[in-house]
Design a protein. Sequence first.
Length: 260
Amino acid sequence: MGMEVAPLSTPENKLTAIVTLAAAVDGVDIVVGAHEGLVYSVEAPNPDMQPYAEELASLSAGYVETVTSRALAGKASVILASHRDKSLLVADIGEGYTVAILGEPGAISALLAPVRRIVEGKPLQCPKCGALLEVFTQTCPRCGRRVPFGVASCPFCGADLSIRTCPNCGTRLRLVEERLEPVEAEAAKEAAAAPRPEQEKAVAAEAPRLPLGIGLGAATLGAVIYFLAAAIFKFPMGEAAVAGALPIAVSYALAVAKSK
């Protein structure tokens, strides 16, 4: 049975998706969904941060209003800041809904791209089964920490996470320019682009051939020059003929071979 995830067509669904994702990422202390500056939902992996929910709800609305009023064109959908010696991510979902995520710098930076894609309505999906994968996490094989499914490297230890498996259909996927592609499809593209043995043979077969007349003429000219040099330096012609017989014969043979 395939996994069921609510479509991200409304601000409420986007807010729920972001809260679900962020609360599952290691290094996140608290996630507060808000509407018009009032608490809408709270997830606090670090229980000590629970009392700050109302503060973060009000703070997120203030950040959105301030940044939007200062924007020269449009408005920022995702804002990075710092609060209480932590990193803070604020997402403006629209229609008065906001999300504030407070935690370690590595965790917050890793959530930046996934949260932005959810807000913009362009979440990562499995190209094979269509499952919405942006709300899931993956475990780093090196350090064991949970990070967003849609990151190419671990924000904590730097391990390469470019290849991952769809939790719904098991397809091996690679993150390529903010989209997921099957590893098999990428390998097929590389194989198609690589030259085939038949192509290499065809290229070799198309190499220019030397006309027989030119080849024989060059070999004859070489023989004439050889005997003229022997005469100039007063070598015995008999010995010169014996010494030069093999090279001259090879030159004629190569001229015939190159013409075929």
